[in-house]
Write a protein that binds this ligand. Structure first.
Ligand SMILES: [Zn+2]
Length: 142
């Protein structure tokens, strides 16, 4: 088995706010991330596919297909977006690094053309990232 990783970058903004909490609690729990005008991050996404290299091409999957998939599912959906309001899959969730990584997993997992999605790693900054792996052979992501 070989693990092949592709990395992309996108920029997006978000804010942390839970309507079930009071304004005071939101400020206490989320600190400056609760600023209602939001703030931005330059995200780095690493998508790892597990598979056996094809005997003819030497590839785990066609990199062009993976590039197009990431462009269509992630870049067009999230790049230069306000994650709270513009990404339907995040509706009702606080767009933490963890939740965004899980949404990305669920978007990509059914669409990997060859091999198998092994890991989604999302960096919100150089020193913070979240990982998603398949859980127990069931529906991945959480
Ligand atoms: Zn943030």
């Amino acid at each position: 088995m070989v693990y092949l990783t592709r990395k992309i970058e996108f920029s997006a903004s978000h804010l942390y706010h839970n309507p079930a909490l009071s304004a005071e609690e939101n400020r206490r729990v989320f600190g400056k991330c609760n600023n209602p005008h939001g703030h931005g991050h330059n995200y780095t996404l690493e998508v790892t596919i597990a598979g056996e290299p094809d005997l003819v091409t030497g590839m785990v999957l066609d990199l062009k297909d993976l590039k197009e998939l990431l462009e269509r599912e992630i870049m067009q959906r999230m790049d230069h977006r306000f994650l709270n309001y513009e990404v339907a899959e995040l509706k009702g969730q606080i767009p933490t690094c963890e939740n965004v990584a899980r949404v990305i997993w669920n978007l990509l997992d059914p669409k990997i053309p060859q091999g198998r999605l092994h890991r989604v790693r999302l960096y919100e900054s150089a020193d913070l990232f979240a990982d998603c792996y398949r859980s127990n052979g069931a529906k991945g992501g959480s």
